[in-house]
Design a protein around this ligand. Structure first.
Ligand code: HEM
Length: 406
């Protein structure tokens, strides 16, 4: 959706934060911000940071606290102390709590560990492609991109087959609400979903304690038992974070990359030449149309200077990842989709201590999903004339994307 005919940057900033349709195409507004006020103070007192180097600085510098920003918003999101406690128990913390948890859970996301999931990813993909081939036409979002991370997380955690539909319903509720700016009814729905999901995860944990499996949950429990520094509530919080952070983002990556490649036939031809080029297409898609425009906001813990502006202690800051990714001082021709561009790189997985834990997994899932789709259906066509972006507060991807394969 185009930005409204409002005049000031402040009105446009409020539009971006409050209108879920704004997330489909906020780039002209971001370009204005970078040109006129790269470190911009809104009338609410919060800041928008839009240049690559500044976004990177904010995310790397421990003085910009994620935990403090969370404390300011947690009561707006949920209305139960026990659920608030879960929100506060995971990786949305600062050092030293964050460092301890991150070190423990990172062991399950090393490149070597991710490589062990490759054949699982391929079998999930091939099953979904078989089903699509039978249908002839299918929705790339609902029938392909979304089930891939959903099925992966169920397999990784060892969720029993007959519990998967309920698991997916809770995970969607938690994921969507987490991203959706929760007020009123949303707050009650998120609280209930979190309570139900947490109680299910506790049962899953107890089951795995008595019968260990060959899965991520058993690994996390073993870490907890060996180190005695990972409590049950932390494991529940970590599981909810992994599910929330890994599903929405990955399916948007798959769908957005498919759309960009179909819309840029020369780049699709390049991407098809070999898997390394497909991996580059994934990176360029992450840069140009990232699955989320910004991460969790940060809060300054001390008064700080940034690009000549004084940001007071306690101010809320939005580091705009997708604006940074189109910064004219960092990229030549930043709005173009060029998979083998010389000035590679992006900040869509954030940077610094909270750099995406699942980046390696997302890259492998994304490249396998998009690569196999075009390999299996070389004549794949999108039947909708335009991209149908889903109205959303944080996530950036389509609500549906219909395809024909013959
Ligand atoms: C294309 C897909 C993905 C994108 C674009 C993405 C993006 C991000 C971003 C921007 C952050 C930083 C949040 C912040 O600083 O506030 C983050 C953190 C995180 N991501 Fe991802 N993510 C993706 C996939 C995944 C997957 C597949 C998983 C795991 C299954 C995952 C797990 C996490 C976790 C646990 C964190 C928190 C890390 C920490 O706070 O230390 N992500 N992700």
């Amino acid at each position: 959706m185009d930005e409204p005919a409002v005049q000031s940057l402040d009105e446009k900033a409020a539009w971006f934060l409050r209108d879920p349709l704004a997330h489909s195409h906020p780039y002209p507004f971001f370009a204005e911000l970078r040109a006129q006020a790269p470190v911009f103070r809104m009338s609410s007192g919060a800041w928008m940071i839009s240049k690559f180097d500044d976004v990177d600085t904010v995310l790397r510098d421990p003085r910009w606290s994620l935990r403090k920003a969370l404390e300011g918003t947690i009561d707006e999101m949920v209305d139960s102390d026990s659920v608030a406690e879960i929100f506060g128990a995971g990786l949305k913390n600062d050092a030293p709590t964050h460092t301890r948890l991150r070190r423990l859970v990172s062991r399950s996301f090393t490149p070597r560990r991710v490589a062990t999931w490759q054949s699982l990813i391929e079998s999930v993909i091939s099953e979904l492609l078989d089903a699509a081939a039978e249908k002839g036409t299918f929705d790339i979002v609902q029938d392909y991109a979304l089930p891939i991370p959903q099925r992966m997380i169920c397999e990784m955690l060892g969720v029993p087959f007959d519990e998967r539909d309920q698991f997916k319903a809770w995970s969607s509720a938690v994921t969507n609400r987490q991203f959706d700016g929760n007020t009123g009814d949303g707050r009650r729905v998120l609280t209930q979903a979190m309570e139900d999901f947490a109680s299910y995860l506790r049962q899953l944990i107890n089951g795995r304690r008595s019968t260990p499996g060959d899965d991520l949950l058993t690994e996390l429990l073993a870490v907890g038992e060996v180190s005695e520094t990972l409590s049950e509530i932390e494991i529940v919080a970590l599981l909810i974070e992994l599910i929330g952070a890994g599903t929405e983002t990955t399916f948007n990556l798959i769908a957005n990359t498919t759309w960009l490649l179909v819309s840029n036939p020369d780049e699709l031809r390049k991407a098809r030449t070999d898997p390394a080029m497909m991996a580059l297409a994934i990176e360029e898609s992450l840069r140009l149309e990232p699955p989320a425009h910004y991460p969790f906001p940060r809060m300054t813990t001390e008064t700080t200077q940034l690009r000549g502006q004084t940001i007071m202690a306690g101010d809320l800051v939005f580091p705009l990842l997708s604006s940074a990714n189109r910064d004219e001082d960092r990229y030549i021709n930043p709005d173009a989709f060029i998979i083998d561009r010389a000035d590679k790189g992006h900040i869509s997985f954030a940077s610094g201590p909270h750099f995406c834990l699942g980046a390696g997994l997302a890259r492998v899932e994304g490249a396998a999903a998009v690569g196999s789709l075009f390999q299996r259906f070389p004549d794949l066509r999108l039947t909708d004339p335009e991209m149908k972006w889903r109205p959303h507060f944080r996530a950036h991807g389509p609500s549906e994307m219909n395809a024909a394969i013959s």
